[in-house]
Structures are given as structure tokens and as C-alpha cells.
Design a protein around this ligand. Structure first.
Ligand SMILES: C[S@@+](CC[C@H](N)C(=O)[O-])C[C@H]1O[C@@H](n2cnc3c(N)ncnc32)[C@H](O)[C@@H]1O
Length: 503
């Protein structure tokens, strides 16, 4: 039980900040579960103390609360804590960047002492890697580590670097849930108990704290016990307590995704065949049909829709001049059943939207590696999606294990866009300078986010346009230092003009 009975959503929502009612419910349901765990609490990224106040409400006498923020506003934090009736004793204020924590804290003495840690600070790849290393030194065996802005296109490197850290340190943490913009990690031996709780009493406890509940997805994947995903309660899923990736409603491409695809196709400067793997009702196929040149082929595959049905859908969508060809077999058989020599480097676009986890996802990506051209794009659905966390895990793993196959150059509206490593400067450059205009031509509008990771050319995030951030934002939002933009030869403007005018 929380120490403070005055802890209510009404009081928390009166404190300035971003912490949502859904996360409030999830935190309380998990903090309730930690009833028998004794330990301190550490938060990086406090702002005015909104999420801090929830943690403070669960603190027992003697448990320390470490508060790290670039510019810690202690007055605001004290009043936030008082507003929920929580104690202001045993606070450890740490104003300054999280990178300084190692030098300021006695980490050896703090070993295994932190039962809850929230990372909600800078969200860049290098910083989150360091913060995870810190967490690994102090997290309690039954502790919970929460990372904010997870699966968020505003901070792509925040997610991809967390995934890489987990891959490199499998004994440090397990990702046990992805919920409402946050990742939930624990020590590997604790994961089973937590997942059993999520499958059992958790949904009812969640609802008892206010939110309407959540639709919970159990994810598959080749790794035993993939994380649970949670999204806002959806009638279509039917149950707030159960479900699996397989029960997800059909993933229609949104208008933002349609505009994004058109803008990316514009920036490709390449013709070639197109593959639509998982055509569903043919919406993506109809769009891709429009990108074909006279000698290009549209290859389609779907486990449920026959080629005849698909042709009917296409005619219904007004596509009469293109006749799609069915890819034979299952994804694992594509390589053996298709003429790879004829397709070598011929494919400009491969959309992957089916059988997306585990070996089928890997088999399709390996197939893509055999056929995608130098400026080709692989578009993977359900990336950064809490409905199928395993897609993100498996894809990042594939990219790490096959660094010369593809790089992630953009993510947005729950899709990943991959290109050849050599084409990375071209695409990131295009995202910085041409993409926004192309998007507008196709009726779309987005904010492009660029966050730094330890790698020099990380993916950009495409998100709903937001007035505060404008068309391009991020810690390094100076377009002129992105990639090749600066290094462009002097004559390139002339060459572009010539290309446009066709002489
Ligand atoms: C999104 S706010 C935190 C919101 C708060 N957790 C809440 O839910 O109300 C992010 C905070 O992180 C702080 N911050 C940014 N970079 C940081 C860094 N490198 N180290 C520590 N704090 C940082 C900012 O000053 C800001 O107050």
C-alpha cells in the first residue's frame, strides 16, 4: 500500500509534466506488486516532479529518493511531494547531467539498492547507454527500471540503443513490458514473476487506480517470454486482460503512412520491382502499383488472400493496368523458389507486413538482402508498436548481426524504413532537405526528429507535425551538419538543375 493516501490522479495531474493517466495506473499497479521489496528510488529527468510524486507516495520511511535533473527545481519538487501528502525527508538532490552521476554517487555502496529507477532525461543513444550501465550497477534483484519515450519516433536512438544494450548484456536486464511510451525492465530472474502478475491480477489492479484498462498483447518471437505490450483499451481487441499479437485488428496504412511512402518513393531515384509481403486487403499494393515502371513487376504474398481476390481488390481501387504476381511458398522458401539471379539488385521497394516475428521476419530480411537495389527501401510494418514489441526487438537484432545488409534510416507511424548502408547518407540527407516538401506535395505534414546515438548516422523519426518543434527538430537540428549535406560538392546544385531540366 502507498504511504500516502492522498495520492490520486487528480493531484498528480495538477503538477506540470508529461506523465499520463495510463502510466500512472501501470506504475501504481507495479508499485503495489513491489509491496515486499525494500529499497531506494532513483529518477533521472524530474522537471516539476510529476512522476516523482507518484514514487514519493510509495516511499517508506528511510528509503532514499535520488533526484537527478540538468537543472533541478527543488522548490517545485517539494511542493509536488507535499501536494500528494508525501514526505520530503531523505531526498538526495543531484542537479546536473546524468553523465556526472558516476562521479557523484558511491555506486559500490549502492549496489542492489534501487528498487525503482525511472530514466526520463536526455533520451539520446549515448546517454541512455550510460544510464543503463549505471542502472546495472545499482538495480535491486527485484527492482524495476523504466525508460521513457520508448518506441517513440521523437527519439529513435533511445529505443535502438536500449535494444543494443539488452542484446550485449543479456544477464543485466530483461524487457518485460512496453506500455504507453515506456519500457519496463527487470533483472532476468524476476521477469517470470512479473509476467505472471501481468497475466493475472494486474489488469484489475490497473483499473482500480483509475484508467479504463489496457489491451494487453503477449508477444511471440524466438526469444522465450517476449515482452508484454500494452496500448489503450480497444473495443476491437475485445478484452482488457488478454490477447496476442495474432488478435490485432488489421493494420491499415494511415494517411500519414501513405504520404510518407509516396514521399520516400519520390526520393528514391530508382526504378525496379516491388514486393508487397502481407498484402492484406491490397491497400499498400495499390499504392505500390503506381510506382512501377513499364518493365517492373509487382510481386505479392499473403497467407490469407488469394491472388484472384487481390486482383479484384486492385480493380476496385482503380488499378487495372498492373497484374500482380504471387510470390511462391512461405517466407522461408522465397530464396529457394525464386530466381535470385534475375532479381539481383532489381528491387526498389519491399514491404514486410506479415509473419513478422522470429524466423519468418529474418528469412524475409535475408531474402530482401539478396534482391534490394542500391537505393532500394525495405519498409517493415509494426515497428515501434506496443502491439508487437517482438518486431522491434527482432529487427534491431537483425540489423546488428547484419551490419552490411541494411541500416535503419527512418521510423515513423509504426513503420521502419531500411536502406543499404551505402545509401544511408543519401536518405538521411533527403530526410533533412527534400522529404518535407515531397510530403507536403502528397498532402502530409510531419516533424522530423533527429537524435544522436553513438553511431554517426542514426535514424530519423517521423511524427505528427508539431508547432513547437517545427519541420525539423532534435538535439542536433542544424540541417547543415547532417551527413553529406555539408560535404556536397560545389557543383551539385548545377548537376541537380541539369537533371531536373533533362540536359
Ligand atoms: C520530460 S522531462 C521529465 C518529466 C518528468 N519525469 C515527469 O514525468 O513529469 C525531462 C527532464 O530531463 C532533464 N534532462 C535533460 N537532459 C538531461 C540529462 N542529460 N541529465 C539529467 N536530466 C536531464 C530536463 O531538464 C527535464 O527536466
Amino acid at each position: 500500500m502507498p504511504a500516502s493516501t492522498a495520492l490520486t490522479w487528480e493531484r498528480i495531474s495538477a503538477i506540470p509534466g508529461w506523465f499520463t493517466i495510463s502510466s500512472y495506473g501501470v506504475w501504481r499497479a507495479l508499485l503495489d506488486f513491489q509491496e515486499d521489496v525494500r529499497g531506494d528510488v532513483l529518477e533521472i529527468g524530474i522537471w516539476r516532479g510529476r512522476s516523482t510524486a507518484v514514487l514519493a507516495g510509495y516511499r517508506r520511511p528511510g528509503e532514499k529518493l535520488y533526484l537527478c535533473d540538468l537543472n533541478l527545481d527543488e522548490g517545485a519538487v517539494h511542493s509536488a511531494l507535499r501536494s500528494v501528502g508525501a514526505s520530503t525527508d531523505d531526498l538526495v538532490p543531484l542537479s546536473g547531467p546524468s553523465a556526472g552521476l558516476e562521479g557523484r554517487l558511491n555506486l559500490s555502496a549502492m549496489r542492489d539498492s534501487i528498487r525503482w529507477m525511472h530514466i526520463d532525461g536526455e533520451h539520446t543513444g549515448a546517454t541512455v547507454s550510460r544510464e543503463l550501465a549505471l542502472a546495472n550497477r545499482v538495480l535491486h534483484p527485484d527492482g524495476i527500471l523504466v525508460i521513457d519515450d520508448f518506441f517513440s519516433p521523437r527519439y529513435p536512438a533511445n529505443t535502438t540503443e536500449t535494444m543494443r544494450y539488452l542484446d550485449r548484456h543479456p544477464l543485466a536486464f530483461r524487457l518485460f513490458a512496453v506500455a504507453f511510451n515506456k519500457a519496463y525492465l527487470c533483472r532476468p530472474p524476476y521477469a517470470e514473476r512479473l509476467v505472471t502478475y501481468l497475466r493475472g491480477a494486474f489488469p484489475a489492479v490497473l483499473r482500480s487506480h483509475g484508467p479504463r484498462g489496457a489491451s494487453i498483447y503477449w508477444s511471440g518471437g524466438p526469444w522465450a517470454g517476449g515482452p508484454v505490450g500494452m496500448v489503450n483499451y480497444q473495443e476491437a481487441v475485445g478484452s482488457p486482460t488478454a490477447g496476442s499479437g495474432g488478435t490485432a485488428p488489421p493494420g491499415w496504412l494511415t494517411s500519414q503512412t501513405l504520404a510518407t511512402w509516396r514521399a520516400l518513393l519520390d526520393g528514391q531515384r530508382e526504378t525496379g520491382d516491388v514486393f508487397d509481403i502481407g498484402t492484406r486487403m491490397g491497400q499498400s499494393t495499390a499504392l505500390l502499383a503506381g510506382a512501377l515502371g513499364a518493365t517492373d513487376t509487382l510481386h505479392v504474398w499473403d497467407p490469407e488472400i488469394s491472388i484472384e481476390r487481390l486482383r479484384e481488390y486492385l480493380v476496385h481501387a482503380g488499378v487495372t493496368e498492373v497484374s500482380p504476381v504471387a510470390v511462391p511458398g512461405r517466407p522461408r522458401e522465397f530464396e529457394s523458389r525464386m530466381d535470385l539471379r534475375a532479381l539481383h539488385a532489381r528491387v526498389r521497394w519491399l514491404h514486410l507486413d506479415s509473419e513478422r516475428v522470429g524466423s519468418d521476419l529474418v528469412a524475409t530480411l535475408e531474402f530482401a538482402d539478396r534482391v534490394i537495389g542500391p537505393r532500394g527501401i525495405v519498409a517493415v510494418s509494426d515497428f515501434f508498436s506496443a502491439r508487437r514489441p517482438a518486431v522491434t526487438i527482432d529487427l534491431v537484432k537483425f540489423l546488428d548481426q547484419n551490419p552490411f545488409a541494411f541500416r535503419l534510416f527512418a521510423t515513423g507511424f509504426e513503420m521502419a524504413y531500411l536502406c543499404r548502408p551505402e545509401a544511408m547518407p543519401h536518405f538521411v540527407d533527403y530526410m533533412a532537405v527534400g522529404f518535407g516538401r515531397a510530403l507536403a506535395r502528397h498532402g502530409g505534414k510531419a516533424t522530423i526528429y533527429k537524435t544522436t546515438g553513438p553511431w554517426d548516422d542514426d535514424a530519423v523519426g517521423i511524427a505528427e507535425y508539431n508547432d513547437v518543434d517545427g519541420p525539423i527538430a532534435g538535439p542536433d537540428d542544424r540541417q547543415h551538419i547532417w551527413h553529406t549535406v555539408q560535404a556536397r560538392p560545389v557543383g551539385s546544385l548545377w548537376r541537380r538543375l541539369r537533371r531536373r531540366l533533362g540536359f
